[in-house]
Design a protein around this ligand. Structure first.
Ligand code: PMT
Length: 326
């Protein structure tokens, strides 16, 4: 087996835990599920045909933002996972630029592709009422707003960008499974770039309080179950030929590389991107079977980010992977 392809040895996959997670997860609803599956089917069909230069198109699923864990079925309170969604949104732009079609699975309300240079509240800060019936873009933001709108519209019009939102861990994992099963037919041209911050613990739906938990009952004791790791089942069963990159976030640098290396081997990933919370915008370390590669933001260029060189490296490695499979 090629080194880049990883060894085919999988840790024992906890199928019973995975089944019980999905069986007990609240349904997305028939209409929502049908809509997502149809959108995916159309998107994959459109992007399965060879591109203008005759090569097969590549499709990447970029996950972005953090998942929530509801504490009540009629949810008032929840536990959240940290992620602004910047990494996923910026990476999506670079993948699109590199010719990929992107399924962007993102947490509602987090950063969106092409919007990073806009102010926090674009509607209120970029526009002004110029006459009674006219709204115009404020001169200082005009170029950025035009660029964001036209790049985004072009990606949607080309059929290269499909955006699917999630909020809870239940929604995230159910939609990720639909995406993976629909991308399976793309073989090695499919890629997963799993930058979302995914909850490790959750309250199983059947043991969750129905109504808002009452504070009059005194201090709250909650027992959280472990979310089964989906990476091995994604690799082995859902989309076995896809190129898979997972992310590892730690706050303790001493354990970061060790944990990333463990994820590479245990979940049979092709690459693991290790990052530390404080320095994640400056530097990441890409852990592979052939060694580690440090990627740094170019400090000499204002506006340079770490995602551009990171995506470039990953696209190169994906090309090598595709060649090794043909
Ligand atoms: O969004 P930004 O603010 O720009 O920050 C980017 C980031 C720091 C969130 C991103 O770079 C990052 O590191 N994302 C992954 C964070 C994370 O959730 O790490 P983890 O150790 O919890 O999970 C590691 C991997 O296991 C993830 O790829 C996840 O998809 C996967 N996982 C996690 C839990 C679970 N039950 N099943 C999984 O498959």
């Amino acid at each position: 087996m090629d080194a880049i392809n990883g060894s085919e040895s999988f840790e024992e996959i906890p199928y019973a835990d995975i089944k019980s997670f999905f069986d007990s997860a609240p349904s997305l609803g028939d209409a929502a599920e049908t809509k997502i599956k149809e959108e995916l089917e159309n998107f994959i069909r459109r992007n399965s045909s060879p591109s203008e230069n005759g090569t097969a198109r590549r499709v990447v699923c970029v996950t972005s933002g953090g998942t929530t864990v509801p504490l009540e079925q009629r949810c008032v309170r929840y536990i959240d996972n940290f992620s602004s969604g910047h990494r996923g949104a910026a990476s999506t732009e670079y993948f699109l630029k590199a010719g990929y079609a992107v399924v962007f699975l993102y947490r509602k309300g987090t950063c969106q592709p092409y919007c990073s240079s806009l102010p926090d509240d674009p509607l209120l800060e970029c526009f002004e009422v110029s006459s009674e019936s006219n709204i115009t873009v404020h001169q200082t933001h005009a170029e950025k707003v035009k660029g964001a709108i036209s790049d985004h519209r072009a990606a949607i019009a080309r059929g290269s960008l499909l955006k699917l939102p999630f909020t809870t861990i239940f929604e995230y994992l159910q939609i990720l499974q639909f995406i993976a099963l629909s991308m399976r037919s793309l073989g090695p041209n499919a890629m997963f770039y799993l930058a979302a911050a995914v909850s490790d613990f959750y309250v199983p739906w059947e043991s969750m309080a129905l109504h808002k938990i009452q504070s009059a009952s005194g201090p709250l004791d909650i027992r959280l179950a472990q979310v089964p790791k989906m990476l091995p089942v994604l690799r082995k069963d859902w989309a076995p030929m896809a190129f898979c990159i997972s992310f590892k976030l730690e706050t303790d640098t001493k354990i970061l590389l060790e944990k990333a290396d463990m994820a590479l081997k245990k979940y049979n990933m092709h690459m693991v991107v290790a990052n530390e919370l404080k320095t994640r915008k400056e530097e990441v370390i890409v852990v592979t079977k052939n060694g580690n590669i440090t990627i740094r933001r170019d400090m000499t260029h204002a506006g340079a980010d770490v995602e551009e060189p990171l995506v470039k490296l990953i696209v190169d490695r994906h090309s090598a992977y595709i060649s090794s499979q043909s």
